[in-house]
Design a binder for this molecule. Structure first.
Ligand code: GLN
Length: 304
């Protein structure tokens, strides 16, 4: 299996030259665009890896399904979906176009930036530090890596330049969707996006969702019905406005991020972590998506 993955990585690596690393977060522009790696963790605990699987990258939007999970565990379905919708947008991940025209004025789903910021705002804790600790503990548990930490320079870089997210968050407070201190909410959001991982961490996270919220230790950490909601969003909105094409070509609940990461949860079978920082024009890893297509075809992973 590892030999096969290695072949798939090397065959698709040249495609990285057709993508570009994200530059709107200045610190991300320093990343090597040739990177491509994969790790697969199956239900039996077997780990298969190839390429740059151990290179560190920031989760960015790959964090969104997990924050949503915690928000649902903290506040329940009714409250969460009172503030954020359940429908795909067909717009880019950072679009603010529909925020004002929709009535009520709530973000269409929790996988786009506006909706993810709302989910982050719903995480419980007495202060921001406690909220961050709870979030970090969750990521450590489900990635099976107690050493996870944020990349301080990526975090500060986005905090300094994230005016688009900032403007959406202030707008959302104006219309009553966000409550509380906007800068604190954004701080937590930028931190969650800056958590540094490798493909093995992400494969563990995917396996946790694939295994319906059960940790490697056997503990049921998140209720099954919440992980079902999360995986459904990954199918309908996880790859933004390329989610339809991805569902046809790969057919697995997945979430991408502008750090080049993709997390996949193949129900009851495996978790997959991919990294390839060269992105296509929709913000998805250009070579990463192609590797996943090859893996999905080879192992018949499509859930459809
Ligand atoms: N931190 C990034 C942002 O808010 C995450 C976006 C992404 O990964 N698509 O813009």
């Amino acid at each position: 299996m590892e030999l096969l993955l290695k072949e798939m990585i090397e065959k698709n690596r040249p495609l990285t030259s057709f993508g570009k690393v994200a530059t709107y977060i200045p610190e991300l522009s320093n990343v090597d665009s040739n990177i491509l790696g994969i790790a697969i963790l199956d239900k039996e605990g077997q780990l298969y890896k190839a390429g740059d699987y151990d290179i560190k990258f920031t989760l960015q939007s790959v964090s969104k399904p997990i924050t949503l999970m915690l928000a649902l565990m903290d506040c329940g379905k009714e409250l969460v979906f009172d503030k954020v919708g359940m429908e795909p947008t067909g717009d880019p991940f950072n679009s603010m176009r529909k925020l004002e025209t929709l009535n009520p004025s709530k973000p269409l789903n929790p996988m786009i930036n506006a909706g993810a910021i709302v989910a982050t705002s719903l995480i419980k804790g007495n202060d921001n530090q406690e909220k961050f600790n709870r979030l970090m503990d969750t990521f450590k548990k489900i990635s099976n890596n107690s050493k996870l930490a944020i990349n301080e320079s990526v975090y500060l870089s986005e905090k300094k330049t994230g005016d688009r997210n900032r403007s959406m968050a202030y707008f959302l407070r104006d219309v009553g969707i966000l409550n509380g201190d906007v800068e604190e909410i954004l701080d937590l959001y930028f931190k969650q996006c800056s958590i540094e991982v490798n493909c093995v961490d992400v494969a563990n996270m995917g396996m946790f969702l694939a295994n319906q919220g059960i940790l490697k230790t056997g503990e049921q950490f998140a209720p099954k019905h919440i992980t079902q909601i999360v995986k459904t969003f990954m199918v309908t909105c996880g790859m933004y406005d390329a989610s339809g094409e991805f569902a046809i070509n790969v057919g697995v609940p997945s979430k991408s991020g502008v750090g080049g990461g993709i997390m996949c949860a193949v129900p009851n079978r495996m978790g997959i972590g991919v990294v390839g920082p060269a992105l296509d024009n929709k913000g998805n890893s250009v070579a990463g998506v192609k590797v996943l297509k090859a893996v999905s075809e080879h192992l018949s992973l499509s859930i459809f």
